[in-house]
Design a protein around this ligand. Structure first.
Ligand SMILES: [Zn+2]
Length: 120
């Protein structure tokens, strides 16, 4: 997002050789270990940032669900945590906080706050 690239199209690919990543390689932490941190096609190194973000997000989701159960409040917390993690790593790498997360997060947060009377 900070580089104005879509996160949808093209689907997941190597940022160096642009080859599409197979469906069975979509688990970046597992694929990173299996492929020794290198692209299957061009053999160039893959940033450890990808599996780190995925592992951190999974750990936060597990913590939220373990402490709050599977509730709407937990879903909202996971969405918020995902945005904060994305902002953190975007800021660390590019020093840019994408409007999609900052302004979009404000709109989403206000909407969810109004539309849900559940405990958050
Ligand atoms: Zn590659």
């Amino acid at each position: 997002m900070p580089r104005n690239r879509s996160v949808v199209k093209p689907r997941s690919h190597c940022v160096r050789c642009r080859k599409l990543i197979a469906w069975y390689e979509q688990h970046s932490a597992g694929s990173y270990i299996v492929l020794s941190g290198r692209c299957r096609y061009c053999k160039r190194r893959i940033s450890p940032r990808y599996p780190m973000v995925e592992a951190l997000t999974a750990a936060v989701f597990c913590y939220v669900v373990a402490t709050r159960g599977v509730t709407l409040g937990a879903v909202k917390t996971c969405v918020f945590a995902s945005m904060v993690i994305a902002l953190l790593f975007s800021d660390l790498e590019t020093r840019i906080l994408p409007d999609q997360f900052t302004k979009g997060g404000i709109v989403l947060g206000l909407h969810l706050r109004r539309s849900c009377r559940c405990r958050t």
